[in-house]
Design a protein around this ligand. Structure first.
Ligand SMILES: [Mg+2]
Length: 376
């Protein structure tokens, strides 16, 4: 615990978690409420933060396997598309419900008046294209520039299913927050003072006791799935991903069954499904939505009206964050998708290129509004 800036301590009112915040420079905006810190630490009620970290049951029936595979087909580019007329009608009504964030740009900026925008970005399929080899899901230099510019004006976090180190190795921007393993491994920006880079300790790891079990199941899955050509098992530290991207669709059910067989031995782990991926995670109720809440609270915006969180993501696992924003009635979820999907997001963007356009426009708008402000 000494290396983490999360201190769990008994208080009269119960347990409290104290989180170090070193990046106060992010909050230079005039509209921003000062952090209520003591010596750079924020105290968050543990009961509030951890109340949902209880375990839940695991569903591993055959019906569920088929549902996962069907769902993966539906969200996969190899899925047979509906007939053009049906497709157009469906897309037309979907886009009315979830209009393009580029077309609704003014509504978004109007909603941010007097508020600090906080940016949350998924990585795969949002900042980088979905590619066959997950180790080669690189982001472009122009996208990196767009994210770097956004982070100059808005606190920015990358929220990914990948392990934190891996996603950092792709993004390589020290000034961002990183929530890896679906938010189970959160770290703040690396502070840079002159030539010395100071490492920001880990902010929160709600599932650290699961690490040995995750390692064990990773090895078991590697062994079990090696008979399926193209199957790739990735150890994301707090979760394990089984990638279907390079597996023949005919073998998807076999692979899903293999995963289920291994998981039977681990009732404290559960399966979730994403785009061409099955993910194994601890059965704590911690997800990208909880990570978003944790980060907002850490940044001093708990129960505040002076913040506008924007969360951009393309995956089923991003829906937890979209739902949090919808339930809070605060900020906007933006789904990256070319086709209609059931979503809690308010707006949509078609692909990473549009995400980059959106970030550019947001930065440009902020620059102009600051310039206008300084002239008054
Ligand atoms: Mg994604």
């Amino acid at each position: 615990m000494t290396k983490q800036n999360v201190l769990v301590s008994e208080t009269k009112s119960g347990l409290a978690i104290t989180v170090a915040v070193s990046n106060t420079s992010l909050f230079s905006s005039a509209v921003q409420k000062p952090l209520t810190t003591q010596g750079g630490y924020i105290t968050i009620s543990r009961s509030k933060l951890l109340k949902t970290l209880e375990t839940s049951g695991v569903v591993t029936g055959t019906g569920r396997i088929n549902a996962w595979v069907d769902s993966m087909r539906a969200s996969s580019p190899t899925h047979v598309r509906p007939t053009p007329s049906l497709k157009n009608k469906e897309e037309g009504s979907w886009i009315l419900k979830h209009p393009s964030a580029l077309n609704m740009f003014e509504d978004i900026t109007n909603a941010s008046k007097g508020k600090q925008i906080v940016m949350f970005l998924d990585y795969d399929g949002t900042l980088s294209p979905i590619v066959d080899d997950p180790d080669r899901a690189f982001m472009s230099e122009s996208m990196r520039r767009a994210v770097r510019n956004a982070a100059r004006y808005f606190p920015t976090a990358i929220v990914s299913g990948r392990c934190r180190d891996k996603v950092y190795s792709f993004v390589r921007l020290a000034e961002l927050y990183y929530a890896g393993s679906h938010g189970m491994d959160i770290k703040g920006p690396t502070k840079s003072s002159k030539n010395n880079k100071r490492k920001q300790p880990v902010m929160f790891q709600p599932a650290s006791e699961f690490l040995p079990m995750i390692d064990e199941v990773y090895k078991a899955l590697l062994e079990k799935t090696k008979s399926v050509p193209g199957a790739k098992v990735e150890n994301n530290r707090f979760c394990v991903s089984v990638h279907f991207r390079c597996v023949d669709e005919k073998s998807w059910t076999t692979l899903a069954e293999q995963v289920r067989t291994v998981l039977k031995e681990y009732p404290k782990l559960r399966l979730t499904q994403g785009r061409k991926v099955l993910e194994i995670r601890p059965t704590i109720k911690w997800d990208k939505g909880k990570a978003l809440e944790f980060l907002l609270e850490s940044l001093g915006f708990a129960n505040q009206n002076n913040v506008l969180p924007l969360y951009i993501g393309d995956d089923r696992t991003d829906e937890d964050a979209f739902k949090v924003l919808r339930d809070r009635g605060q900020g906007f979820g933006i789904l990256v998708s070319k086709s209609p999907k059931d979503t809690n997001a308010s707006y949509s963007l078609q692909e990473p290129a549009e995400v980059m356009d959106f970030l550019h426009r947001l930065v440009e708008w902020k620059r102009l509004s600051l310039r206008g402000h300084s002239r008054v």
